[in-house]
Design a protein around this ligand. Structure first.
Ligand SMILES: [Zn+2]
Ligand SMILES: [Zn+2]
Length: 263
């Protein structure tokens, strides 16, 4: 499997991805909002985009479908429940479906509600798994839930699906928000030992060359995976005294998400 991350350079800080079969050169474009950039990247690599995948229905992920489809005749796949809202979807996806790219690439669809209730993540069946996670999981952060989502559902997705994937899984989110998210991590957990080093890098990096984190790293730097951390809980109680001394993980997650909304 060959993967190319395409940095949009737009104000929304979108990342697009091309996933290609090394034998046939067929490629899947994930959330190709700036579709001309994706087309150019594919041409440079000698790849042919034959499929488009939307992780969810928001227009900053689907807005390139029509242009790219017209230019390539690629088919469009998205969560079956989002298809009617997106329009022009050729294949509605359900949990466990496999997307094949060329002869060698297989990507499993995970049904991952929370950011919206019809969101898929793609997981590669490769030696080093890759997770294309849209607006569910960001580097050092979690997606918001105020455009059709539910924080309780996002919590379930985090604990029952994402946290259980292999630690070496590489994380490929739909936007580049690393520095801002690390600042939130340090606001919630000032003594976090791993966030400062990455933050120093992230403040100066070219987003086109941003680090690709693994789930192991996310568990160290992402507050939304650190729900039992004593400092995270103590700091959260300053904002929400009602949660008590031993809040459950779901309460911590939901309150963190609420704080992040206005942070
Ligand atoms: Zn979104
Ligand atoms: Zn988005």
């Amino acid at each position: 499997m060959l993967t190319e991350r395409v940095w949009s350079g737009n104000s929304l800080r979108n990342f697009h991805y091309l996933v290609a079969c090394p034998e046939t050169g067929e490629a899947l474009a994930v959330d190709p909002l700036e579709w001309r950039m994706c087309l150019d990247a594919a041409r440079r690599r000698g790849w042919e985009i034959t499929q488009i995948l939307n992780t969810h229905e928001h227009t900053d992920h689907t807005g390139g479908n029509a242009g790219l489809k017209a230019a390539t005749r690629a088919t469009v796949a998205a969560h079956a429940g989002a298809a009617s809202r997106i329009g022009g979807v050729d294949r509605g996806l359900n949990k466990g479906d496999i997307i094949k790219v060329g002869r060698t690439v297989e990507l499993e669809c995970l049904d991952t509600p929370g950011h919206t209730m019809t969101h898929v993540c793609l997981l590669s069946h490769t030696e080093t798994p890759a997770l294309f996670c849209g607006d569910t999981l960001f580097n050092a952060g979690a997606g918001n839930c105020y455009n059709g989502g539910q924080p309780e559902a996002l919590y379930e997705t985090f604990v029952s699906q994402l946290a259980r994937l292999p630690d070496r899984t590489q994380v490929y989110p739909g936007h580049e928000y690393l520095a801002r998210n690390l600042e939130f991590t340090l606001d919630r957990e000032p003594g976090n030992e791993d966030a400062p080093r990455l933050l120093a890098e992230a403040r100066h990096h070219d987003p086109a060359k941003a680090v690709v984190t693994t789930l192991a790293e996310e568990k160290l730097i992402n507050t939304f995976f650190r729900l039992q951390n004593p400092t995270v809980i103590a700091r959260l109680r300053e904002a929400f005294p009602d949660i008590g001394a031993r809040p459950d993980a779901k309460t911590v997650f939901v309150k963190l998400r609420e704080l992040r909304n206005r942070w």
